[in-house]
Design a protein around this ligand. Structure first.
Ligand code: NFE
Ligand code: MG
Length: 569
């Protein structure tokens, strides 16, 4: 679909899956000069996968195992959404102990996922722009980490996410693609050794999150103010910082997360009528300035701009298997365009926080072993339409919240060691049902229809399908397409931008045989051998555009296109 007047980024790196972004630039005049900004953006998922087709005709009990293979980043959420859909179709509910075990397993999975995104996928550019060495990848090797502190948090994050995944493996047999769910419960018991091994790991994780992750975020926030001031004077515009980058529609959808094991009826209520699922740790809701109960009948997928020859505007339960049509005119993506009540909704961490806590958050930080008080993680949303920094704040808040809760759930499991873990039910001849779970990237819906004991229809509507969706039948751009509009496309390299923000020569690289340098020059010295300093430069009609900022906007949604498109023949 490339048009000569668009900048093309293909593939977008440091995300999962195959994403192409096209940007049409326009000029913005200020007193200091003429700057290029994004006028229109187009997001395109470039690989058809066909999971919904693969599932047809199979034993329904296999669906949660198969759908986990949709993604190696978020396998666990697919298992959970799938098992809940199967349970609805089988008319069986999980035992309380199974819900607790699921919360532990998925809580640990969550911590891994948010840490990987915050530090490895999005973190590096935040570290560079905010001049925060602990989050800059340690291009200078071991010496850089030990002598200069470069990449200390980046390396720490890798270690901690591994521990979180060990907990998933303790309860799930392995990671990725755990093995222990079962319709009506779990296939694993809460034994003393599992609980003890998990608690030991959780304490280390909690400590790292409470100390390092929180501190890193506050340091970024402080630096962000300075970035705002420097860029404002460089461009002569009113720019406050990363809260002015990546604003989308201001509509936020959450399905809820971590049900109360003693009030599972409230969790299931959303399947019958609009609900907030308020007894869950994270609530369901549709936020448009305030949170309204989630009504699943308002979810529909549009395909006017997608390579499918399917009927458009249908609720997932009415959708057919995908009918790929690569020659469809106007279409530019393998992603469909899910909409809520016909409007464009963002899903993800910020949607979870807004629908649960509103715009002001105050999360107590307490040592789960000694009970010692460590104050609060406090934050007030800076941009009501979302932004790079607000999405990150929500991930940090959720990581703290989840780290503390997994600890509590583990302690609670001690009193459940002798209870029944599964309510068995045979595969029904007929049945159907939804499973709704908020995966790290946002609301995840699975739908199953069983006929003659086999899967007759299966639909997945996935978080990145919402966020990276193309235009819908009404012409409304998707959440990321909207967020990209107006983003600055500087005609400068990354070190040049950094030198404009931080001109002083205050980086001492003498430990590496180099002298005192400015941050931009230090980055060029450190990053050039890796090819990073020149990264994110795209050319159009002979002009150079630096797309680092636009990529930061895309990455702030933590895209996963493997998930978003559901084996090429
Ligand atoms: Ni493949 Fe995923 C998550 C799901 S998709 S990472 O989180 O579900 O956006
Ligand atoms: Mg689908």
């Amino acid at each position: 679909m490339r048009r000569m007047s668009r900048i093309v980024i293909d593939p977008v790196t440091r995300i999962e899956g195959h994403l192409r972004v096209e940007l049409s630039p326009e000029k913005l005049k200020t007193s200091t000069g003429e700057w290029d900004v994004v006028k229109e953006a187009y997001c395109s998922g470039t690989l058809f996968r066909g999971w919904e087709t693969i599932l047809r005709g199979r034993d329904p009990r296999d669906a949660w195992i198969i759908t986990q293979r949709i993604c190696g980043v978020c396998p666990a959420p697919h298992a959970e959404a799938s098992i809940q859909a199967i349970e609805a179709a089988f008319n069986v509910t999980p035992t309380p102990v199974a819900v607790l075990i699921r919360n532990v397993l998925h809580g640990a999975y969550y911590i891994y996922d948010h840490i990987i995104h915050s530090y490895i996928l999005l973190g590096p550019e935040l570290g560079v722009v905010c001049k925060y060495p602990p989050m800059v990848p340690p291009a200078l090797g071991k010496e850089g980490v030990s002598k200069l502190g470069i990449g200390s948090s980046y390396v720490g994050a890798l270690e901690i996410q591994r521990k979180a995944n060990e907990i998933v493996a303790i309860w799930g047999g392995k990671f990725p693609h755990h093995q222990s769910e079962y319709p009506g419960g779990m296939a694993v018991r809460p034994t003393e050794d599992r609980i003890a091994s998990s608690l030991a790991r959780m304490f280390e994780i909690w400590r790292w999150v409470a100390e390092t992750m929180v501190k890193d975020f506050y340091n970024l926030l402080e630096a962000n103010e300075k970035v705002g001031e420097a860029v404002s004077s460089l461009l002569d515009i009113n720019f406050r910082g990363l809260q002015d980058v990546g604003a989308s529609t201001g509509n936020f959808l959450s399905y809820g997360l971590f049900p109360d094991h003693e009030n599972y009826d409230d969790w299931l209520s959303v399947l019958d009528s609009p609900s907030k699922r308020s007894s869950a740790l994270i609530h369901a809701g549709a936020w448009d300035g305030s949170s309204k109960p989630l009504d699943i009948s308002k979810i529909a997928e549009y395909v006017r701009y997608s390579w499918y020859d399917n009927e458009s505007g249908l609720n997932p339960k009415d959708e057919d298997a995908p009918k790929p049509d690569k020659n469809k005119s106007e279409a530019y993506s393998w992603l469909k365009a899910p909409r809520y009540d016909g409007k464009v909704y963002e899903v993800g961490p910020l949607a979870r926080m807004l629908n649960t806590y509103g715009t002001r958050w105050k999360i107590p930080i307490r040592n789960p072993v000694t009970g010692e008080d460590h104050g609060y993680f406090e934050y007030e949303v800076l941009n009501p339409k979302g932004s790079v920094i607000d999405r990150l704040a929500a991930r940090v808040a959720l990581t703290i919240l989840t780290s503390q809760k997994v600890f509590e759930w583990l302690l609670e499991l001690k009193s459940y060691t002798n209870q029944k873990v599964t309510n068995y039910r045979n595969v029904p001849k007929e049945g159907e049902g939804f499973g709704l779970w908020d995966a790290p990237r946002g609301g995840l819906l699975h739908y199953i229809k069983v006929k003659d004991h086999k899967i007759a229809n299966y639909q997945c509507v996935v978080p990145s399908t919402w966020n990276l969706s193309p235009r819908d039948d009404f012409g409304q751009p998707g959440p990321v397409e909207t967020a990209l509009e107006g983003t600055w496309l500087p005609n400068l390299s990354v070190p040049e931008i950094c030198n404009a923000i931080y001109p002083e020569k205050d980086v001492d690289l003498s430990a590496l045989g180099l002298g005192a340098m400015s941050w931009g020059d230090a980055l060029a010295a450190a990053l050039t051998p890796l090819g990073l300093a020149e990264l994110n430069i795209e050319r159009l009609n002979g002009q150079i555009y630096n797309t680092s900022l636009t990529l930061m906007v895309v990455r702030s949604f933590d895209p996963c296109i493997a998930c978003a498109v559901h084996v090429v023949r």
